[in-house]
Design a protein around this ligand. Sequence first.
Ligand code: HEM
Length: 363
Amino acid sequence: MGERHIPFDGPHQAGVLAPPAAQGWFAAFDLTKGATPARVKELLRTWTRDARLMTTGRAPSGDDSMALGHGPSSLTITVGFGASFLRSLGAPVPGPLEPLPVFPRDRLDARRGDGDIGVLLTADDAVVAAHALRALVRTARGTADVRWQMKGFNAIEGVTVKRGTTPRNLMGQVDGTGSPRPDDPGFDASVFAGPESDPAWMRGGSYLVFRRIRMLLDEWDVLPRVRQEQVIGRRKDTGAPLSGGTEFTAFDLGRQRADGGLAIGPGAHVRQASAAANSGAVILRKGFSYFDGYRADGTPDAGLLFLAFQSDPRNAFTRIQQRLALADELSRFIVHESSALFAVPPGVTHPAAYLGQSLVEAL
Ligand code: HEM
């Protein structure tokens, strides 16, 4: 498993389309006071070079040997820019990167949100993720410092018993079934900024919404299983829709039960989050569970690091979340605690190119 390698180079940064990884680490950086565009350019060039090495299992110069012999372990390193980054470099902020609105029920901790630069690291080995993060932080010294960092985990092939199993989240639900697939019609237009879109430096890139969502697990646990299934609109064991069929059967939102009620109720998460309920809004979800111990009140500090990639959050994440915050039955069992939005530029396709090059070279 340690030998698995996900190519760093490509039209899109690898973390967007990579399959689920066992580890998902996220670090947000703020530019150091006085960091010049020239320093930022140098940082992006160095990060690109080092990411290319580490994602093939090679060590960058001055390495600490932390992951020596571990292999690439499916490492991906994906870099995005926050609105504050563009403002400090004097570049215009694209419309899709305008701050997300405050949603009803949000309980956001500003110290663990936003940031100038966001880096998503995914890998099948925690040592490999930790090593890569340390290497990036070390080279950033003097130009950018860590603002906040979080990490989560997932089940992956080779760990779960059956191959191709959709992972479960900490509420015990099969999570990821309804996420769009690259061969779905309209996938690219939903996920990536198009070839004609503005600004030009984002063409082929994607906008990433990050939310740390705590699950109120003790309250969830006392809900009878049948109610838990109604809250989501899918069965807990197989993930099949309550309108019938198996996990990947399309759900039938009009289907009625014998008693006349809707099989997938009006407040069910999948109904409220569906493209049909949100004028066609589609997001590419990527989730990592986190379990950071127990809070002072004895409840688990656990939940989902929720990531969503899309071509424009204003008519994707924001539209869906505005509806979920009010109408989704699941919203009683979760708390959004951190939020960030980053413009993830396209990938690199030439050995001399670096991430964000067309943005920073136009400054
Ligand atoms: C802790 C918070 C959340 C949990 C536990 C959760 C859980 C689930 C589960 C179990 C499903 C059904 C299986 C699947 O398709 O993956 C689902 C579907 C979905 N969720 Fe969530 N979710 C959460 C937050 C969110 C948020 C914040 C959004 C977006 C704003 C969202 C958007 C969606 C969408 C778009 C679907 C697919 C609906 C469809 O099939 O059309 N979810 N979620």
